[in-house]
Design a protein around this ligand. Sequence first.
Ligand code: APR
Length: 315
Amino acid sequence: SSKPKVALLGASGGIGQPLGLLLKQDPHIANLALYDLVGTPGVAADLSHIDSNCRVKAYTGAKELTACVEGADVVVIPAGVPRKPGMTRDDLFNTNAGIVRDLIEVVAKSAPKAMIAIITNPVNSTVPIAVEVMKNNGVDAKKRVFGVTTLDVVRAQAFVSELKGTDAAKTVVPVIGGHAGITIIPVLSQAEPSLKFSEDEIKKLTPRIQDAGTEVVNAKAGAGSATLSMALAGARFANFLVRAVKGEKIEACSFVASDAVKGVEYFSTKVQIGQSGVEKVLGVGKVTAFEQGLIDAAVPQLQKEIAKGVKFIKG
Ligand code: APR
């Protein structure tokens, strides 16, 4: 539509609130619908006082979810429980898998054509869950369910520009694979502007990008996981989807149903996004032997996490 509506599910949380703030300021978004179990009237009243053109409305509790998502062009989902020290993203599985399943049930019925951006972890499992639930409701959403891996890209770009002294705004680093631990694959050889990394730099940067989420979890010491940087990344990706809905062709990395790598049904690479969702999987491209080794190591882990999501729905 020319007046895109974005529904934000989990809008009162640590990610949801700053994400709502950023979406309220996005000139491409006409309507912002905030949904959570609690707290959305306050968040919406607060945000509605910002003098931007986007209209904000609050929806609270399961009974109002349908109205929230009806007519949405893009549904962004950060609802869930965050990670605490000592937990992996996979430890969140049981709680968050159920939350995503229940939300997507309603999206399938009330906004079957929407683009869906999933932030709720473990993304490697929650994306297949969303696709399977849509399928159970008769909706083929394979090209419209996106796992938001933008924070991995944002972090890689931040760390590389810091290390190399490049302009962060112009530094581009693709990150492919999945969104947890060793499934996160920074492709430093494809960084722009073209940069030379020493072997030592590659061996330090790669695990730092892979474990960056844990860096935040530990620093927050029990208060949760990344919220502010995740909100920025989520807003950046939602902006891509809204612009795609309006007719632009967007290229971005995202965890989607993909044939980019043999043996895994979902994989993040750069994809071209248009009005109907993923139009082209742009693939892994040329990688170094070291990066190919990272891909090979990620595949069995990804297979396991994808299968776990599928099994949660199919049994
Ligand atoms: N429907 C809607 N909202 C829900 C539901 C549900 N079924 N269950 C929980 N929520 C809401 C909570 O009420 C809360 O407002 O989701 C929000 C989560 O906020 P936080 O607990 O602050 O968690 P946050 O740090 O935002 O992380 C949320 O994002 O990155 C991922 O791993 C992270 O999966 C976690 C999610």
